[in-house]
Design a protein around this ligand. Sequence first.
Ligand SMILES: [Fe+2]
Length: 269
Amino acid sequence: MIDLHCHMLPGVDDGPPDFATSIAMARMAVADGITHVACTPHVTPGVYDNSSATVLPLIRRLVEMLASEDIELTLWMGADVHVAPDLVAKLGAGEVPTLGGSRYFLLEPPHHVMPPRLDELVSALIAAGFVPLVTHPERLGWIESHYEVIEAMVDNGALIQLTAASITGGFGRRAQYWSERMLDEGMVDVIASDAHNTAGRPPVLSAAVNAIARRCGDDAAVEMVSGRPAAILRNEPLPRRQRPGPAQTTTRLRQEGSKLASWVKRLRG
Ligand SMILES: [Fe+2]
């Protein structure tokens, strides 16, 4: 499995405090069946001022340490990129890391307030050749009041990443409800751990994969932790998902309605 969202680098955000914890996280990831991790520290201007220049040396150091400990885990560069007005320029200049240097990057909307013109920012990013993978919308405080904004971002070409623990109830009933709803609506591209440590936020995907397999089938679950993340790291275009729109839903209801009508007719003779 591939984990595209993981705070595994030490001392750069609210993730692990030291390399010993990073290595313990790496061991947990491998034990869970994870083979590749994108190291994605927060890039939040004024709070976590990380950039490609600061992140890359830490990844190189951790790669060396994993090799010396015989831990078979491949690391990729990435970042958990907070919404900011100058993102197009910073991504274009290579200052803000994308996922493995691809066109895809993690975009983290603010948790408590929907930023004005978020859909415009997403459209500008896509027009500039980048594809935002929107992180954990199921945990946003404003998802109920502005779900249509998330749907519009998806319709414009943004991708959606759910946090694995949300699906299994680790972030409460509300995040689980939105996870299940978005899975059922075909809105979800990728599942990632968004791990921060070894205890409360561990690098574990398998429990969520099992839950998705039961709900949506094995193939869909594997796609979300393997097929799509691999294509993202290879910078390949992803096929556009077919999500049931109002027209298809109406057709389906009409078909089900006519089936029901003929069944009732047969019963009445
Ligand atoms: Fe994160």
